[in-house]
Design a protein around this ligand. Structure first.
Ligand code: SAM
Length: 293
């Protein structure tokens, strides 16, 4: 179903907007000036909080190199958040044009306010994106976790990830780089606390979200992309969650004044769950570098 044909109260759209249309001022307090909502790359001796912004930019720059996007003509960011990647790849690295897709209208307002003439942002789902002119590089950074519904049977979920890779393949020119950063779930024994926390994530904060298993992704990649690299970087995301928790604590009164106690408490709970589940190895955060065949 496309966004255009989705009824206004469609649960998938509502679930994304429930989380991503909490106000931009709140997200600025939480995420800091880089407005990146994904893992960062810290050096071993760095203080997590002090070096957070640098770690986020280092991650973006690494991805741009890996995808060969710096001197690209056209770059696509799928699930582009507040547009920091789009802005940086054009303004600092020299790509000619960067296009982002997001479901969040407030994120679009933020990106529009950057007033970067080389950046275009669309409020649409990845599956609805069309391009007459193929892209030279693409990114999908901690967004894939939202793309496939947990309520689908396992076989259909794998098929849906396959549809995602077919879509990205159709948008890229042969030889184009694609960098995907995504959480994946491990098969691990579950305890009662973990089960309750996972239920909270799935029922209250990220309704119906399915964090994939690695095998669900590799099945979809075969034949369409050459796999260049798969690396587990789970600490990149757990460390970012820890920093955001600190930033939220520092700005708690202002955050409550903006969005209310209930929203702040929800964020505190979900960030803590992601931090500890990544630290304990229940979830991974994979960097997957692909080349379009
Ligand atoms: C965790 S944020 C990551 C944002 C950005 N990539 C970053 O690293 O800061 C996930 C993003 O995925 C977007 N998203 C979720 N479902 C989507 C869909 N079906 N199509 C396009 N974007 C989607 C959200 O709107 C949000 O921008």
């Amino acid at each position: 179903m496309t966004i255009a044909t989705m009824p206004a109260a469609h649960p998938e759209l509502d679930a994304i907007r429930h989380h991503y249309e909490v106000g931009n001022s709140f997200y600025r307090l939480l995420l800091g000036p880089t407005m990146m909502y994904s893992g960062g790359y810290w050096a071993a001796d760095e203080d997590l909080h002090a070096a957070h912004d640098e770690a986020q930019l280092r991650k973006i720059d690494t991805f741009i190199d890996l995808a060969g996007a710096g001197d690209a003509r056209r770059v696509l960011d799928i699930g582009s958040g507040w547009g920091t990647m789009l802005d940086r790849v054009t303004r600092i690295h020299g790509a000619e044009q960067a296009v982002g897709v997001t479901l969040s209208r407030t994120q679009k307002e933020w990106v529009d306010a950057l007033a970067n003439p080389r950046v275009a942002i669309r409020v649409e789902s990845w599956e609805d994106h069309r391009a007459d002119d193929p892209y030279d590089a693409a990114f999908c950074v901690n967004a894939l976790e939202h793309f496939v519904s947990a309520s689908l049977p396992a076989k259909d979920r794998t098929r849906r990830f396959g549809t995602f890779f077919e879509k990205v393949h159709s948008l890229l020119r042969p030889g184009a780089g694609f960098v995907l950063h995504t959480m994946t779930a491990e098969r691990q024994p579950l305890n009662r606390e973990l089960l309750q926390d996972l239920k909270f994530l799935q029922r209250e904060e990220f309704k119906d979200c399915h964090i994939p298993h690695l095998h669900e992704l590799t099945a979809g990649v075969e034949g369409l992309f050459e796999v260049v690299e798969i690396r587990n970087e789970r600490e990149s995301f757990s460390q970012a969650c820890r920093v955001w928790l600190t930033q939220l604590a520092e700005n708690r009164a202002a955050a409550v004044a903006l969005e209310g106690e209930e929203v702040v408490a929800r964020f505190e709970r979900y960030l803590d769950i992601f931090a500890y589940t990544l630290e304990d190895g229940y979830f991974n955060n994979f960097r997957i570098v692909l080349t379009r065949r």
